[in-house]
Ligand binder design. Structure first.
Ligand SMILES: Cc1cc2nc3c(=O)[nH]c(=O)nc-3n(C[C@H](O)[C@H](O)[C@H](O)COP(=O)(O)OP(=O)(O)OC[C@H]3O[C@@H](n4cnc5c(N)ncnc54)[C@H](O)[C@@H]3O)c2cc1C
Ligand SMILES: NC(=O)C1=CN([C@@H]2O[C@H](COP(=O)(O)OP(=O)(O)OC[C@H]3O[C@@H](n4cnc5c(N)ncnc54)[C@H](O)[C@@H]3O)[C@@H](O)[C@H]2O)C=CC1
Length: 501
């Protein structure tokens, strides 16, 4: 048998997603005469392009999927090894890849991301969305579907229920209101009209989806995609997809609140058990008029509220679990409650010379009072960048301060076609009960909420074109006592920027 090939690098990075690529690029710039090894399981890498610092902490950028050769061309000292890591032996400072290679490192940064945390994992009718392949598989199955179920109440579920057309969607959420990872009930109330039947006619004219070439289907009958290790999708991932079912309507979403899936039945089992499922409830119905469903479906979900619905397949949009498995054996890592590799304020894990960044890690430093970790691409980029800076500083024996981006949580995104900006403790997460909320809302136009504590602004949710993000960012960062301004802070007739000039 041929001896496994051996590679060696002062710096080795694992993962070709935003965190890993940003980290490798930064290292390559800092040490132009060193070879930086990037080991990744996916054949393509994710590159950040058109980066724009919108304000002190808010940033916007595009994410491009590129062949790894493009990265090597841009940075001639980056060498990409295209293979998954299957084992780490930290004592020997070595990683082992699926295709039999070994890499020796001086300093290693693990950026292997996360994968969907699926409910009923292994059920062929339960599907997750993470990377290009799983999104393509979803599109293909949706094209043949009349009704699907979406479970979960975070980012993916919010985007899907708004984008899907021509298919009934039963949306099952554990909470009272939609979008609980991003909003409170007030904001949910503001957004809900976008999903109602009345929106139907106008919604058709503002379609945002584009057509892409069809991918090949891997399995007939069942829908679950293979357990691959691609990188997470980039901004506007759904715009390249054709998210349309078999019918000719726009939105048809029924929301079941305060429930989870108790059991899933395949068609045969459902028939044998002689269970009854419900038809799709009519818009604005109070659910009491839901009728038994005459139609046979490939799969049925029984909810904890006792209702059973049939559908073509179920999307589990129920969060992620960090991809730590291949690294644990020889690693002895301290793990966070969410299963990520714990990292300190220098992105260093609990194992010597190993750093971690992005979705794989759990931030375990004492955070600024207005920052929290969320598994987002902005944080993946910031962590990848800062981890590289820390690796450089450590190897030169220098000290380094925490990057400014961790001073304030700042996220800009789009839900239901509204611009959404989240700042600081936007949902009062972790704050004592002495906090107060101030609201301003114009139906269909904007929703502004600020979280105040002891006269200081701790967080904000800005939906719509409010133009308030920079001012509020400054107010939160300055920790200024704003008690004297009272409700003027949100008074649309007061130009609050002038106040603080
Ligand atoms: C559908 C969807 C929509 C999203 N929308 C948004 C959004 O609107 N805004 C936002 O901020 N965030 C969004 N996110 C989250 C964001 O995409 C992620 O937080 C971010 O991309 C994580 O980057 P990462 O580099 O840490 O991990 P990943 O992108 O998951 O990259 C991990 C890399 O590691 C590789 N890898 C995995 N295991 C191994 C191994 N054993 N050996 C070698 N390589 C390995 C993979 O191939 C991949 O290249 C979304 C995520 C999804 C799934
Ligand atoms: N625009 C944005 O910023 C977007 C961000 N993302 C990010 O991508 C990642 C993956 O997205 P999501 O899967 O939506 O994760 P998420 O973490 O945003 O939301 C997970 C949701 O699933 C629910 N849940 C968990 N277990 C459940 C169970 N057993 N039954 C029912 N519900 C359950 C949670 O209550 C939560 O509502 C996240 O890190 C998310 O932040 C995704 C899409 C858009």
């Amino acid at each position: 048998m041929a001896a496994p090939s051996l590679a060696q690098g002062r710096f080795v990075v694992v993962g070709g997603g935003i965190a890993g690529v940003t980290c490798a690029e930064r290292l390559a710039t800092e040490f132009p005469s060193e070879d930086i090894l990037l080991v990744t399981a996916s054949p393509v890498i994710k590159a950040v392009t058109n980066f724009k610092q919108v304000s002190k902490t808010l940033e916007e950028f595009d994410v491009e999927e590129q062949p790894s050769t493009m990265l090597e061309k841009r940075y001639p000292n980056i060498k990409v090894i295209e293979s998954g890591v299957k084992q780490l032996k930290s004592q020997e400072h070595k990683i082992f890849t699926e295709d039999g290679k070994q890499c020796i490192y001086e300093k290693l940064c693990l950026c292997a991301g996360a994968k969907p945390k699926l409910i009923f994992e292994g059920n062929p009718y339960v599907l997750g969305i993470r990377d290009t392949d799983s999104a393509q598989a979803f599109q293909n199955h949706l094209a043949k579907a009349k009704r699907i179920a979406v479970v979960g109440n975070g980012g993916i579920a919010l985007e899907l229920v708004y984008e899907i057309e021509g298919c009934e969607v039963i949306w099952a959420i554990k909470d009272k209101a939609i979008g609980n990872t991003f909003f409170d009930a007030g904001a949910a109330e503001f957004l809900i009209p976008k999903l109602t039947a009345e929106k139907f006619e106008t919604a058709i004219s503002c379609k945002r989806t584009k057509y892409t070439t069809e991918g090949s289907e891997k399995e007939e009958g069942s829908v679950a995609a293979a357990d691959k290790l691609g990188s997470a999708l980039g901004p506007d991932w759904h715009e390249g997809l054709h998210l349309k079912g078999t019918k000719e309507f726009c939105h048809k979403v029924h929301i079941e609140t305060l429930c989870e899936i108790k059991k899933i039945y395949l068609q045969q089992e459902f028939k044998e058990l002689q269970k009854t499922s419900l038809s799709f409830p009519k818009a604005n119905s109070d659910n009491h008029n839901a009728h038994p469903d005459e139609e046979l479906w490939p799969v049925y979900m029984e909810l904890t509220n006792g209702k059973i619905y049939g559908c073509d397949f179920i999307v589990s949009a129920t969060g992620v679990v960090p991809n730590v498995k291949p690294f644990l054996d020889g690693g002895n890592f301290a793990l966070g409650e969410d299963g990520g590799l714990k990292v300190d304020q220098h992105m260093h894990s609990s194992v010597a010379d190993i750093y971690a960044a992005g979705d794989i890690c759990t931030a375990s430093w004492e955070p600024s009072p207005v920052w929290q970790q969320m598994r987002l691409w902005t944080q993946a980029r910031q962590m990848g960048w800062y981890a590289a800076q820390c690796m450089v500083a450590d190897s030169l024996g220098e000290s380094i301060d925490m990057d400014f981006s961790f001073e304030l949580f700042a996220h800009v995104t789009k839900f239901f076609n509204y611009k959404v900006v989240l700042l600081g403790k936007y949902n009062a997460q972790g704050l004592d009960l002495d906090h107060e909320l101030m609201l301003r809302c114009t139906k269909g136009q904007e929703y502004v909420k600020v979280v105040m504590q002891n006269g200081r602004m701790m967080g904000a949710v800005l939906i719509g074109e409010t133009d308030l993000e920079e001012t509020f960012e400054n107010l939160i960062l300055n920790r200024m006592d704003l008690s004297a301004y009272g409700e003027d802070l949100l008074n649309p007739n007061v130009d609050i920027e002038d106040y603080f000039d």
